[in-house]
Write a protein that binds this ligand. Structure first.
Ligand code: LMR
Length: 396
């Protein structure tokens, strides 16, 4: 039977990691997969995580099973940051469970929506390629709209039209902040318009919040999620700590459900537990436990928030430097200054992207997405000059 399986291409984004690692050039630049890098190009473990891990080693007295919901101390400790300190459960209507990274959370959210009878999901494109892959794997029909205009602004007309065309009972996936891949986020005013439209149409929001704190700040980056939840009766929220706690390979995430009341909430979660049990049984514990230890300790929390501030400040510095370059070789770098998070998309052809890789050692996703965190004050001028040269030469 197994020989019936056709060969599948490697995931393009993950394959880029290996290509970059195998490149011997000293001045190569990795702008591929979304990991934060310091001004020296490193992706260190957060100091707060190291301290929490030391504490865990000393105090953890068992590694016995927890359950499909994972570490509920971790799940609850995050809630004031996501949903607000005043009423993080929205009067007992929100509860969550741990998931293996943001991907596990999105996967579970889509599987739950499907099990509840949702057949179609609407999503702005481009998006994180794995979103469409997960919808296809779960068997949900994907309808797309244009996320951003060529001028680098949110395409509100396309979104309005999509919501208009959607049917009650469809889902809509929205990025909470730091849109992947464009870095183009909804403004608070746009969220103010979107949230009531979604509620009026009776769509199920699937809100993907994978970069909280990397955009404008922890509170600011939660605006959209909170605004939507204030309008709708029910929603699914996929959360990742992989970036804002630097836990990437430890796979630290959570899925939250907001339901119309606590009785429905309990039933939805019981389905979530069942789906998790049938997929991964229970999530990996270590990373979630380390995050919990941080959030339970005011000193470690302050240390973590400080480290997050440093990351955000560096991203702003890189973006400001890119924006300063203005138009070079026909590419306008100015809009990158206003975008949020790790990613932006440059209007390059596949041939130009390949040429940047082969001739200049610059690695970016095939969509033209760059991870701006891969740029440092030491390589940014070379990057701008190389992109300008390749763009001006007009290949493609
Ligand atoms: C990315 O888009 O680079 C990250 O979300 C990593 C991933 O899993 O794709």
């Amino acid at each position: 039977m197994l020989s019936n399986l056709p060969q599948q291409p490697a995931d393009a984004l993950l394959a880029l990691i290996k290509l970059h690692n195998a490149d011997p050039r000293a001045d190569k630049i990795d702008l591929g997969v979304g990991v934060y890098r310091t001004g020296q190009g490193a992706t260190p473990v957060f100091g707060a995580i190291k301290a929490a891990e030391r504490k865990l080693v000393e105090t953890q007295d068992s590694k016995a099973y927890l359950g499909p919901e994972g570490d509920m101390g971790f799940v609850h400790a995050l809630m004031p940051y996501i949903f607000g300190k005043d009423d993080p459960t929205m009067g007992g209507r929100i509860e969550g469970m741990q998931a293996p990274g943001g991907t596990g959370a999105v996967r579970l959210a889509v599987a739950l929506a499907s099990k509840a009878g949702v057949k179609r999901v609407w999503m702005g494109v481009p998006s994180w390629p794995n979103h469409a892959q997960i919808f296809a794997d779960v068997g949900m029909e994907l309808k797309t709209f244009v996320h951003a205009t060529k001028a680098g602004l949110v395409d509100m007309d396309s979104l309005r039209t999509a919501i208009n065309l959607a049917e009650t009972g469809d889902a809509i996936l929205l990025h909470g902040c730091c849109h992947n891949p464009t870095g183009i986020d909804y403004t608070p005013e746009q969220w103010d318009e979107i949230a009531p439209l979604i509620a009026a149409k009776g769509l199920l929001p699937i809100l993907d919040l994978a970069y909280q704190g990397l955009g404008q700040g922890m509170e600011e980056d939660a605006y959209g999620v909170r605004r939507v939840l204030a309008e709708v009766p029910e929603a699914l929220i996929a959360y990742s700590c992989d970036k804002n706690f630097g836990m990437y390979r430890d796979r630290v995430g959570a899925i939250y459900v907001m339901a119309e009341d606590s009785e429905v909430l309990g039933r939805v979660l019981s389905n979530g537990h069942g789906l998790a049990r049938a997929s991964w049984s229970m999530p990996p514990d270590h990373g979630g436990a380390a995050v919990r230890v941080i959030l339970e300790d005011p000193e470690l929390t302050a240390m973590w928030l400080d480290e997050l501030d440093t990351m955000r400040a560096r991203m702003r510095q890189v973006r400001a430097r890119l924006a300063e370059a203005g138009v070079q070789g026909g590419i306008d770098f100015a809009p990158l200054g206003k975008q949020n998070g790790l990613f932006s998309v440059l209007p390059l052809s596949p041939e130009q992207i390949l040429k940047l890789r082969t001739d200049h050692g610059i690695y970016m996703a095939g969509s033209g997405r760059i991870n701006a965190a891969g740029l440092t004050m030491g390589n940014i001028d070379k990057f701008i000059a190389d992109v300008a040269a390749v763009s001006a030469a007009g290949e493609g």
